[in-house]
Design a protein around this ligand. Structure first.
Ligand code: PLP
Length: 396
């Protein structure tokens, strides 16, 4: 099997997996307890928090564990609205956010808040002049993702952070695709809140965290016991927290070499596809993109059919993103970059990480070539384009 869908989820790193195992059966104490067994769990959580904080340039007590990226996004957006609803009820975000952000904003619209959804350019970049123009007296939050899950575009986060800070507006970023994969410095980028998810960087599913800058008294989203400094109730998922922390520690230690390796492999793959397959477009920004992300739109081809055929060869890719894979409308992210429907439906996303190899890429490109050429041979539009004098039995 060749797995090129790390943007949907990744396998748990071996070190993270091994680190978490004793916390199921040996060190199973509730971290809130006061005996020795519990202290073992509490200490493990503290270490994990430290590794995660180090990964994004935060302090340990600014990391709050959640059930994943979706909860972190919901918490940041809805609780900011609750906290600052008296000050203002306007939020700025973009048209290409993950559904966890978009639907949290949609929900707030039903509660009397107004949301501006910023357009992006053909590369998926937010334009800073449009952002500045959207700011109002009653704007309380700017939420712009760091790296896009479908097309990989990395937003100008430092500039956005500076603009938000200058206008005294809180800045949240969904960094689920970026965290662990590119260097992040929350202080330098003036980020007030940042969402991340364990399973997107070699940790388990169902665990994530929200970074909340010290000094922001974000209300609790899940009420109950006093866990996470009274901000997120519920007995902590200690094994998953331990594993996520270990994955973070590894990413921090190998960031430079991993980024270099993955970008080189991606560039090799992109260059081969663009050179060897005609009528194809690379989505997203050519350079400002997540190291592991490639999104191609093939003309005269159905992306879903390509995905199915690759699957029969043991190759896992996706069309848009996993979360919208069940939808029948073309991807709103791709459409926001100005793609027409035909190209949007011809899209294949491949997301690699440091575990993938050049041999795997070679195999995938060869299979992709065969499948795309085969599909085009069945496409009347394609045949008429390359030979406009022949009508292939189509009635006019
Ligand atoms: C996967 C993803 C999420 C959701 O994270 P979960 O931990 O799966 O809930 C949010 N935002 C982005 C950009 C993602 O890629």
């Amino acid at each position: 099997m060749i797995y090129l869908d790390n943007g949907a989820t990744s396998s748990v790193k071996t070190s993270a997996y091994e680190e978490m195992l004793p916390y199921f059966t040996e060190y199973y104490g509730n971290p809130s307890g006061i005996y020795n067994l519990s202290e073992k769990s509490a200490k493990a959580m503290k270490d994990s928090r430290e590794h995660l904080a180090a990964l994004i340039g935060a302090d340990r007590d600014e990391i709050y564990f959640t059930s994943g990226g979706t909860e972190a996004d919901n918490w940041a957006i809805k609780s900011t609205a609750e906290m600052l609803g008296d000050k203002g009820r306007h939020i700025i975000t973009t048209k290409i956010e993950h559904k966890a952000v978009l639907n949290s904003c949609k929900y707030l619209e039903t509660k009397g808040y107004t949301v501006t959804y910023l357009d992006v350019d053909e590369y998926g970049m937010v334009r800073l002049d449009k952002l500045k123009a959207a700011i109002r007296k009653d704007t309380i939050l700017i939420s712009v993702m760091m790296g896009n899950n479908e097309i990989g575009t990395i937003q100008p986060i430092e500039e956005i952070g500076r603009i938000a800070r200058r206008h005294n507006i809180l800045f949240h970023t969904d960094a689920v695709q970026a965290c662990g994969h590119i260097p992040i410095d929350v202080k330098n980028a003036h980020i007030d809140m940042l969402s991340a998810s364990g399973h997107k960087f070699g940790g388990p599913k169902g665990i994530g965290f929200l970074y909340i800058r010290k000094g922001i008294n974000l209300p609790s989203f899940i009420h109950g016991g006093g866990q996470e400094s009274y901000k997120r109730a519920g007995t902590e998922n200690v094994p998953a927290i331990v594993a996520m922390g270990m994955a973070a520690k590894e990413h921090k230690a190998n960031m430079g070499s991993n980024v270099k390796y993955v970008i080189n492999l991606r560039e090799y793959a992109i260059n081969r596809v663009l050179r060897e397959i005609p009528y194809v477009r690379l989505n997203g920004h050519r350079l400002r993109r997540l190291p592991g992300n490639m999104s191609f739109s093939f003309q005269f081809v159905n992306g879903e059919a390509v995905q199915v055929e690759l699957d029969m060869k043991g190759i896992c890719v996706s069309t848009g993103s996993a979360c919208s894979a069940k939808e029948t409308t073309p991807s709103y992210v791709l459409m926001s970059t100005g793609l027409n429907e035909e190209l949007a439906y011809g899209t294949v996303r491949m997301t690699i990480n440091e575990k993938n190899t050049k041999a795997e890429i070679d195999k995938v490109v060869e299979e992709l070539k065969t499948i795309v050429f085969k599909q085009r041979q069945m496409s009347t539009e394609y045949k008429e384009m390359i030979n406009p004098y022949i009508r292939y039995g189509r009635r006019r």
